[in-house]
Design a protein around this ligand. Structure first.
Ligand code: 2P0
Length: 346
């Protein structure tokens, strides 16, 4: 059988300035910009293999071993955007194989809980878009690919880069300027560490898309957040990252997580992602920082109860020694990653 295949690995990213709210649901255009840190693919990652063949009779997609319905899905929307890019290349060079007409098979696996507020869709769409761009030999840079991944899932735009990444909300109605850019590479702040505390591996109580629309439609606190506070925090966070100012980075990260959960609570009906264990983690982090007399540890929570802690390598012994008695399974902290990588096999 004639077939071409590529496998790619893409990392999870965890936002320190949160994306919450869409101004265009179909294109995943956000109401505010956001910033994230890309975690190591050694620990949390999506691995996706894509294959095309003239012998395949339909497009098929398996996620974590289960066949998915592709019809009308955001996955097929991403595939079709990239098929159009490939068709442009084929039109310019008649010698190229007509891969844009071949059906595709996609197999994707996450090595962590899917839809539990651990950015599984971010890694998944980034791996999908990256692997197809390699398969189709497209000449698109990471920012251009981030635009395609964004259509699948907003936060995935940030997983096209390693290190410290901003997703610019943009102003255009077609989303052409709603793209991810690098704030700093992983090498800039190599002693940054993250620790994921999986408090619950269950699926989220309210989907991100549904939750965002509820907040946009009902929270009276939300306009202040996305119009005034986040734009200010974006530049403060970029400055903190560029200056490697952990105290400012940590405080902004915690304040932004808390405000994201505050507008969730201010939505009607309220959206409650944190649980008692999450709140105990928040108290622990503030107690830890007070005890050491400096902001050495930060927490952030996405659309679920699981905590991500940020700290510096030089403080990891203190952090882990405090956490190990209560979390015996605490692993070696994750490093920050360089971003997606892919390889072809014949
Ligand atoms: C973020 N979250 O910035 C925020 C913080 C959750 C809380 O991006 O609807 O899965 O696919 O664009 O990207 C989760 O939302 O939502 C998210 P869609 P996505 O990471």
């Amino acid at each position: 059988m004639e077939a071409l295949a590529v496998t790619a690995v893409a990392p999870v990213n965890i936002a320190v300035i949160k994306y919450w709210g869409k101004r265009n649901v179909e294109l995943n255009l956000p109401t505010n910009s956001s910033i994230s840190v890309t975690l190591s693919t050694d620990d949390l990652r999506a691995i996706t293999s894509v294959a095309v063949s003239p012998q395949f009779s339909e497009d098929l997609f398996w996620l974590n071993g289960e066949l998915q319905n592709l019809i009308g899905s955001k996955h097929i929307n991403c595939v079709n955007i990239l098929r159009k890019e490939r068709a442009l290349l084929e039109a310019a060079d008649p010698g190229l194989k007509k891969l844009s007409n071949w059906k595709i098979r996609i197999i994707s696996e996450n090595n962590f809980p899917t839809a539990a507020g651990l950015a599984s869709s971010a890694a998944g769409y980034a791996a999908l878009v990256f692997s197809i761009s390699k398969l189709f030999e497209l000449d698109l840079n990471q920012t251009e690919l981030s635009k395609v991944a964004r259509v699948g899932s907003g936060s995935s735009s940030r997983s096209l880069f390693g290190g410290y990444v901003a997703w610019q909300a943009g102003n255009l109605e077609n989303g052409d300027d709603s793209v991810a850019v690098e704030v700093a590479p992983v090498s800039h702040w190599p002693n940054m560490r993250a620790l994921v505390l999986v408090i619950s591996a269950g699926k989220k109580s309210v989907s991100s898309t549904g939750g965002m629309q509820r907040t946009v439609g009902t929270s009276t606190l939300f306009p202040a957040r996305h119009l005034k506070i986040v734009p200010e925090r974006m530049s403060q966070m970029e400055d903190a990252i560029r200056a490697k100012d952990f105290g400012s980075f940590a405080k902004l990260t915690m304040c932004d997580s808390n405000q994201f959960h505050a507008v969730c609570l201010d939505s009607y009906p309220p959206i409650l992602y944190l649980n008692d264990t999450s709140r105990a983690v928040i108290s622990f982090v503030h107690y830890f920082n007070e005890y050491y007399g400096a902001v050495k540890l930060a927490y952030t929570f996405d659309a679920g109860p699981n905590a991500v802690l940020y700290f510096l390598e030089e403080d990891s012994a203190q952090v882990l020694s405090c956490l190990k008695p209560v979390l015996p399974a605490a692993k070696i902290p994750f490093e920050v990653d360089e971003g997606p990588s892919g390889f072809c096999f014949d």
